[in-house]
Design a protein around this ligand. Structure first.
Ligand code: SAM
Length: 293
């Protein structure tokens, strides 16, 4: 007798955001990492031993074992970036950043504006807490143990005011991540529109969280996202003489036509190897023969 009961399909658990961050470090191999909001150090502990990392938090209490060269700054992100020598210690641009400090929209917006100024086009800025699970969790006035606040607005703001950026959302556990690349450290768009944006987005509780946000519409499968050739493209973007306009074309190709991108990269690699073999062969022919004895 055929069962009338529909077969229950088990949805696999979502990838934890810390695992995703760890994989991102592995793929991007950033020389420098900046984190806003450290708390116990669980996310900072995902940076690679080869990276130079800075963690900013007025109240950190690090328990996780940290790796590599790490500077812990007991201050707010606003005060940190107010210093004229803010990122000097890193010794170069920020290649990867994680914004997970104060969960109020205007703080996250300022953090993005400040961090982007110290990036290159191929840097990646990640935000936590893009998908509150309830309206209560999204409240500006915290009254739940897990709290995203209203930072979910960042997705809409970046897509609206900065269409030049590449904005991706990952469906991680518990509350999703927002990843931004194709950055422009010279952009003043958000700075100039700051008051207008805050007036438009900051609202009293209860927050009006769009249904699309609660249902995570447009969120990408983290496992598939990590397999993208985008990360290799961004890693190579840190090599010298790699301008942003060319980089943006590569980002688009890596995301929209990944097979074409991989084929083109493979052909380029093979051509370089062929040329290197040719140079080595010619050098050998030209080398003076050794005299016997
Ligand atoms: C959600 S916790 C960070 C968790 C950590 N990133 C992790 O995943 O393990 C948020 C942290 O942001 C810190 N914080 C609050 N306001 C801040 C600010 N203005 N600047 C920097 N950090 C801030 C808090 O002290 C708290 O430790």
């Amino acid at each position: 007798m055929a069962s009338t009961q529909a077969k229950k399909t088990k949805t696999p658990p979502r990838m934890p955001y810390l695992d995703f961050l760890g994989e991102l470090h592995t793929r991007l191999r950033p020389r420098t990492y900046l984190e806003i909001g450290v708390r116990n150090g669980d996310s900072l502990a995902r940076s690679r031993p080869q990276s130079r990392s800075v963690g900013i938090d007025p109240e950190f209490l690090v328990k996780a074992p940290l790796r590599g060269t790490v500077s812990l700054e007991r201050t707010t992100s606003d005060d940190y970036f107010a210093r004229p020598d803010a990122t000097d210690w890193l010794g170069g641009e920020i290649e990867l950043a994680f914004i997970d400090g104060m969960h109020l929209f205007e703080f996250a917006l300022r953090d993005f504006i400040n961090v982007e100024k110290h990036c290159t086009w191929s840097s990646v800025i990640v935000f936590d807490d893009m998908f509150p699970r309830t309206v209560d969790e999204a409240a500006r006035d915290r009254h739940t143990s897990a709290w995203t606040g209203d930072v979910f607005h960042m997705q809409d703001v970046l897509r609206t005011y900065r269409p030049d950026l590449t904005v991706l959302v990952a469906d991680t556990h518990p509350t999703g991540l927002l990843l931004v690349t194709g950055l422009d450290p010279s952009s003043t768009v958000l700075d100039a529109a700051y008051d207008e944006i805050v007036a438009r987005y900051v609202k009293d509780d209860p927050q009006d969280v769009p249904d699309d946000v609660l249902r995570r519409v447009g969120a990408l499968d983290p496992v598939k996202l990590l397999r993208s050739p985008l990360w290799g493209c961004l890693h190579r973007g840190h090599l010298p003489f790699h301008p942003r306009d060319k980089g943006l074309e590569e980002i688009t190709e890596a995301l929209e036509r990944p097979d074409d991108y991989r084929r083109r990269r493979r052909a380029l690699r093979e051509r370089v190897q062929r040329e290197a073999r040719g140079i080595a062969r010619r050098a050998k022919v030209r080398a003076p023969a050794k005299r016997p004895g």
